[in-house]
Design a protein around this ligand. Structure first.
Ligand code: ZN
Length: 312
């Protein structure tokens, strides 16, 4: 793995008061608070839990880790538990939502960053990129959000049972996100949610985030601006794709949503899965993920949150 040392840039505000000079440390920006080495360490830890399909011991360990990290960040935790009817029978589904900067304002705007933490029902599949990287980047983002103020509420959502049991057809797949998005609609919260950003398979060492066609262009524009500012232009939107993923559940209830997804995992070709040679294979292992890719996406998404927070 590339080693990475996180350097926290401290911005200094210099205030002149008469002859006295006061220097105030404003603290790191949100995006400079993202620790890529820690994001990689979380990925390694989660992959070490083994298979993480709903009901497996690895799934329970992942849930426990998410709750442990959220508890130390001071986020408000909202569980979203239900039973899904699937081709495998009834399955217990546990979405986990951590909410940051919730005020008493009943109209406070909300932005949601999501990613799935379940893995495919497949023997020996540990999903370092597919399931691992999304779980881990959200954990590192939780650390970055701790003790930071934003105007909007920032929700982190670990979606469960994203993977289809048989195939992404009809209602198979996206179980957790569909349940939660419909709950937001029933609660009348849709107008307050300014965006749902789905992070999926973004740990790929050979990073290339696709411009997913069903996603909201306005949110992709925020991401492009953030990436340009940070010097990451070449990693975003150089290719296009159509992906059925958790963002669709939010689009379906009228929430702007974007799939931040690397849709080409390994070599492409007719002999491989449509998302690349490692997708949904037991070769989706830790060596396919890099701290650098987690850093590029983590910093860009947090810069995106800053830009949205500042716009009104
Ligand atoms: Zn998958």
């Amino acid at each position: 793995m590339p080693s990475h040392i996180a350097v926290r840039n401290v911005s200094l505000a210099v205030v002149t008061m008469g002859t006295a000079l006061t220097v105030m440390a404003a603290g790191p920006t949100l995006h400079d608070g993202f620790n890529a080495a820690q994001a990689y360490a979380y990925t390694k830890q989660v992959v070490g839990f083994g298979e993480r399909w709903p009901g497996s011991p690895g799934h329970q360990k992942t849930e426990d880790l998410i709750h442990t990290v959220l508890a130390r960040t001071g986020a408000t935790v909202e569980p979203d538990d239900f039973t899904a009817k699937t081709p495998r029978g009834e399955l217990a589904v546990h979405n986990i939502i951590g909410k940051f900067n919730v005020t008493a304002d009943p109209q406070q705007e909300i932005v949601i960053l999501g990613g799935h933490y379940d893995t495919l029902f497949k023997k020996g599949f540990v999903g370092a990129n597919d399931g691992g990287s999304s779980t881990a980047i959200l954990l590192a983002i939780a650390d970055a959000l701790a003790h930071q103020r934003t105007r909007m509420q920032v929700w982190l959502m670990w979606t469960d049972l994203e993977e289809a049991i048989e195939a992404f057809q009809g209602d198979d797949g996206l179980y957790g996100s569909r349940h939660f998005a419909q709950k937001l609609a029933a609660q009348g919260l849709v107008p307050r949610v300014k965006g749902f950003f789905l992070l999926d398979m973004i740990g790929d060492t050979d990073l290339g985030v696709s411009r997913e066609r069903a996603s909201s262009p306005a949110l992709q524009a925020f991401i492009s601006r953030a990436a340009d500012e940070l010097g990451y232009t070449k990693y975003f939107f150089q290719s296009t794709s159509d992906i059925i993923d958790d963002h669709r559940s939010f689009l379906d209830v009228g929430i702007p949503a974007v799939d931040v997804v690397d849709a080409e995992f390994g070599r492409m070709g007719p002999q491989f899965d449509s998302m690349g040679e490692f997708h949904h294979t037991n070769a989706d292992t830790l060596d396919k993920v890099s701290a650098r890719s987690l850093e590029i996406v983590g910093r860009t998404i947090l810069r995106t949150v800053e830009l949205m927070d500042a716009s009104k």
